[in-house]
Unconditional design. Structure first.
Length: 538
């Protein structure tokens, strides 16, 4: 049963935070309350202070810097981070679950009982003895959630916990969060860029911009705040909300009722509206060039002889100047395939052929490993002799990516999205012909993703070729020309992006899912502009 709403779980008064050596405050005079038992969603563009705020709420994780104001917590708190692997410290699942309890000095019988209860609640009893390094990213994040909950915290803080999960794992993780909230009444505070599946779960939204609170209120009011003000962050709203809003505007110029936040409510409303609207047809795009820059044939790979094969005959051909997205579940072998294409790994069987003279650049998931200098500018200049680029070119690149104002900041003090942009900038300054990018948009807000998709298309028009491994299906649809699905060690489908996402029920975009069978061929956000009132032309 939930706590009375007059009990406060978190109270923040006049909170400001400044990182060492910085003049600009990362957080500025924040004041808010979180009632016990509520679910607060912390939203905002990349670099707005979300991660700083959440880590500041957890004293043990508070970053180095100057903190002003007061924070009062009405109980103990647990924390779940963005990267599942960064939080795990033990070798086996049950060791990880027991770790915190053992540190509390609890009796073995109590620990065993807590583990049994938690394992049953999360449905992980069947892999309680598995090594953690054999878990998928989604399983690791469920383990992190279970390890936090087993400590019986009053407050659970989650910093973009789905950033590295595939769509199916995201649904499973959020379903578990919903169950925790409803069945235990714990207070949840969570930051998230992908609001499509989260906004309908929250009780309230706290929206940060440049370290300040610009909105605080109910999710429905937040959606209206972004849409009515044409705020750039509206791109992060659920496709369900956006599709209904656009259709109602086409018909009457305004929304006649509260906007839906989830797919079922949106589909009910769209069925009512669909007979009065139609979609303007689009012209077919120019055919892609057929000249392959890189081609992989029947790749087979395993990391050790005693381990199963990760790839079992994967084949792929990527045309020059194209943007090719590869999607699939956590642990399906996407990163392995990218490393084989780059030459970092050698296949056990099969072959990889690259065009003559092709310069290849690889961006791995562990982008922080690229950085060693004390400032972002120094980091960008590190390879200037190798890449033969000037400081002006570096500053122009940082300006284009919205990082110019951070050039004096330590790279490790950047937000998740900012460090992704910085890593991309460092790679692009070397002017590779073929870019192999592993999860390039993790941690980025929707506006940044849309900007990056446009930039990638410009690079493709200049003859650059990109292979992108990503869990972000909406970004794949926005940026790529072609998409492949990797499953069971093989590429099982490759099509142009519109055909690919129209043909899938689960591995598809938010817009395709909410409009399937109602407004056909609506796949990405820009397709909303094709909706017209029947009889009014296009």
């Amino acid at each position: 049963m939930k706590e009375p709403q007059d009990k406060i779980a978190i109270q923040v008064d006049g909170l400001s935070f400044t990182y060492p050596g910085q003049d600009i405050k990362a957080l500025r005079e924040l004041s808010f309350k979180v009632p016990a038992g509520s679910f607060l969603l912390v939203a905002g563009p990349g670099g707005s202070g979300k991660t700083t705020l959440l880590r500041t709420l957890k004293k043990e994780l508070r970053p180095a810097g100057t903190c002003e104001g007061s924070i009062r917590l009405g109980g103990e708190s647990g924390f779940v981070m963005q990267d599942p692997s960064n939080q795990i410290v033990m070798d086996l699942v049950w060791h990880e679950l027991a770790f915190g309890l053992e540190n509390l000095g609890l009796a073995p019988a109590v620990i065993e009982r807590r583990i049994a209860e938690t394992a049953h609640f999360f449905g992980i009893s069947h892999w309680i003895h598995r090594p953690v390094n054999e878990l998928s990213g989604g399983e690791m994040q469920i383990l992190n959630l279970a390890s936090s909950l087993i400590m019986n915290p009053d407050i659970l803080i989650l910093d973009e916990p789905t950033a590295r999960l595939d769509p199916v794992a995201v649904s499973h993780f959020l379903g578990m969060l919903r169950r925790i909230h409803r069945e235990t009444g714990r207070t949840l505070i969570m930051s998230e860029h992908r609001m499509s599946d989260v906004l309908s779960l929250a009780d309230r939204v706290l929206f940060l911009e440049q370290g300040e609170i610009s909105f605080e209120g109910k999710p429905e009011a937040f959606a209206a705040y972004l849409l009515d003000g044409s705020h750039p962050f509206r791109a992060a709203l659920p496709a369900a909300t956006m599709a209904v809003r656009r259709t109602e505007e086409v018909l009457s110029g305004a929304s006649s009722q509260a906007l839906p936040l989830d797919v079922p409510a949106a589909r009910r409303r769209l069925r009512e509206l669909a007979p009065s609207v139609e979609l303007v047809t689009t012209e077919a795009g120019a055919p892609l060039p057929e000249e392959p820059v890189i081609a992989a044939r029947e790749l087979v790979f395993r990391y050790r002889n005693d381990l199963p094969e990760v790839l079992k005959g994967a084949s792929l051909s990527v045309a020059k100047g194209s943007i090719h997205a590869i999607v699939g579940g956590n642990g399906s072998g996407k990163s392995t395939l990218l490393h084989l294409l780059s030459g970092v790994l050698t296949p056990g069987r099969g072959s990889v052929k690259r065009g003559e003279g092709i310069r290849t650049g690889l961006l791995t998931q562990d982008t922080r490993a690229l950085f060693s200098a004390d400032t972002l500018l120094d980091e960008m200049m590190e390879l200037s002799d190798l890449g033969q680029y000037s400081e002006k070119e570096v500053l122009d690149m940082l300006e284009k990516l919205g990082l110019a104002g951070l050039r004096g900041r330590h790279p490790y003090d950047l937000s998740g999205g900012e460090i992704q942009k910085a890593a991309l900038a460092k790679l692009l300054l070397l002017s590779p012909d073929l870019l192999l990018l592993d999860e390039p948009v993790k941690g980025m807000d929707s506006a940044s993703k849309r900007q990056l998709a446009g930039w990638f298309r410009d690079l493709g028009a200049q003859g650059r070729t990109m292979v992108i491994v990503t869990h972000d299906l909406n970004f794949s649809a926005e940026a790529a020309d072609t998409c492949s699905l990797l499953f069971d060690g093989r590429i099982v489908a490759t099509e142009d992006v519109r055909s690919f996402f129209r043909g899938n029920s689960f591995y598809t975009t938010g817009f395709a899912r909410v409009t399937e069978g109602i407004l056909p061929d609506l796949v990405i956000a820009s397709d909303l502009d094709r909706i017209r009132k029947k009889g009014h032309g296009g």
